[in-house]
Write a protein that binds this ligand. Sequence first.
Ligand code: SME
Length: 168
Amino acid sequence: MIDIKLNNNKSEIEIYEDCLAILEHLIIKTDKLISNMSNYIAFLKQSFAKISWIGFYIIENDKLLLGPFQGNVACTEILIGKGVCGTSAIKRETIIVEDVNEFPGHIACDSNSKSEIVVPIIINNQIWGVLDIDSNSKNSFTEIDKLFLEKQIDFLIATLDFTKFILR
Ligand code: SME
């Protein structure tokens, strides 16, 4: 039984440090990718009130396909190069969008979304997919989120065999 208690009076850095420690117990080194990915996004969403939507998009051919997520219904497919997710995938870099209205080509799955961060997932030097996180407030994500989310993704890549993931 995993009892997750995060103190909301803590700073974001402290919460992220707690998250890393908890993830080492929550994420199990198995080939059960969907189970682990689902628990990871549920855990992050319950850890940060600022997150309105969080999910994975996974590359198949020239598209990003919706994977495990938490939040309102979202776009099923995004073309590589389109939107924040497709741009992060093609550039292979984390993108922080302080105000989605200022990002040309932003794809509005949810009109309440105001800011966003997208972290690419690169396996064996190939883009595998992205982690997408939205917030209903502007300026929700900073370099702190980038630093710790990239650490978390590195941990997931080291622990889980993403190459065995099957979308259907
Ligand atoms: N806003 C994203 C689309 C996905 S939703 O936010 C869940 C984008 O521009 O790529």
